[in-house]
Ligand binder design. Structure first.
Ligand code: G
Ligand code: G
Ligand code: MN
Ligand code: NA
Length: 254
């Protein structure tokens, strides 16, 4: 409760910030986009990691307020980058279950994209399998409407949790994010390689983009390249960083 009150204050006092982690192609190491990741920096204190405060926010509708703030900020930055021909051309945002399933989520997205039309076909909403399977019928309808608005849809942490492939038959998904649990031992565990190869083949046949998460070492990256994975993100190339650092980092790329 204490943390939740502090978080509510933090939202009002503008202590929340978005960091951005680049996503790159494996073939040419070109920047394809970025993932927006929320950071909380209370003044004069150590930063509070999202792994700690997001679950607290998710217990109440506070996650909807925070999620709206994140979406609004993400769209504002993406539109700005587009207008100034700087920054990544695509931006991914994590969406929590309660927020995704809140009654007016789609109409709020509609309003947001009217305000920031430059974000159409460039904003990617990341949801986990758990979010979708929580209410498959509703998810199907929502995802169809979000696609009509010009949102792109990504399955985060793909391969962990439920992994019923059935929903992929019928949902308008654009991208799978390979959970970093599969990447961690990719260069030493043939079983993990086999699973990744299988997911990549599935994605090719369903014409889905794939981004591997949590790539920390060169051997992990070369294995992913060998397997034909199209894109990746991870500490090996870039950590999540504030916008000014991102701009510096981008100007250092070819
Ligand atoms: O950035 P980091 O790896 O510490 O994030 C930890 C967790 O918090 C991840 O699971 C990530 O998806 C989640 N997270 C980070 N930013 C956001 C956000 O803006 N919204 C939601 N719902 N989750 C986020
Ligand atoms: O749940 P989600 O996939 O959205 O979580 C993204 C989280 O993964 C972010 O908090 C980000 O800081 C973290 N992350 C990004 N790259 C790496 C990496 O190479 N290694 C590890 N351990 N975490 C990473
Ligand atoms: Mn994510
Ligand atoms: Na993930």
């Amino acid at each position: 409760l204490q943390l939740s009150n502090a978080l509510q204050q933090a939202l009002r006092n503008e202590e929340l910030e978005l960091h951005f982690q680049p996503q790159l192609s494996l073939e040419q190491d070109r920047v394809l986009g970025a993932e927006a990741l929320l950071r909380w920096q209370p003044p004069g204190q150590a930063p509070i990691p999202p792994g700690l405060f997001i679950p607290v926010a998710e217990e109440t509708s506070l996650i909807c307020e925070i999620g709206d703030w994140v979406l609004q900020r993400a769209c504002a930055r993406l539109q700005h980058w587009r207008e100034h021909n700087s920054g990544p051309v695509r931006l991914s945002v994590n969406i929590s279950a309660r927020h995704f399933h809140s009654p007016d989520f789609v109409s709020r997205m509609e309003t947001l994209l009217q305000r920031f039309p430059g974000c159409r076909h460039r904003l990617i909403l990341e949801v986990t399998e758990g979010v979708i399977l929580e209410n498959l019928d509703e998810s199907r309808q929502r995802m169809a409407r979000l696609k009509e608005l010009g949102c792109l849809l990504s399955i985060d942490d793909f391969g962990t949790g439920y992994s019923s492939f059935a929903y992929l038959r019928e949902l308008p998904v654009d991208e799978l994010k390979l959970d970093r649990a599969f990447i961690r031992h990719i260069d030493t565990h043939p079983r993990d390689r086999a699973i990744i190869a299988c997911i990549l083949q599935l994605a090719r046949q369903l014409q889905l983009a794939v981004v591997a998460e949590g790539v920390e070492t060169e051997p992990q990256r070369s294995q992913l390249r060998l397997l034909g994975c199209p894109a990746y993100q991870g500490f090996l190339r870039a950590r999540p960083m504030p916008e000014d650092a991102l701009m510096n980092w981008l100007s250092g790329q070819a």
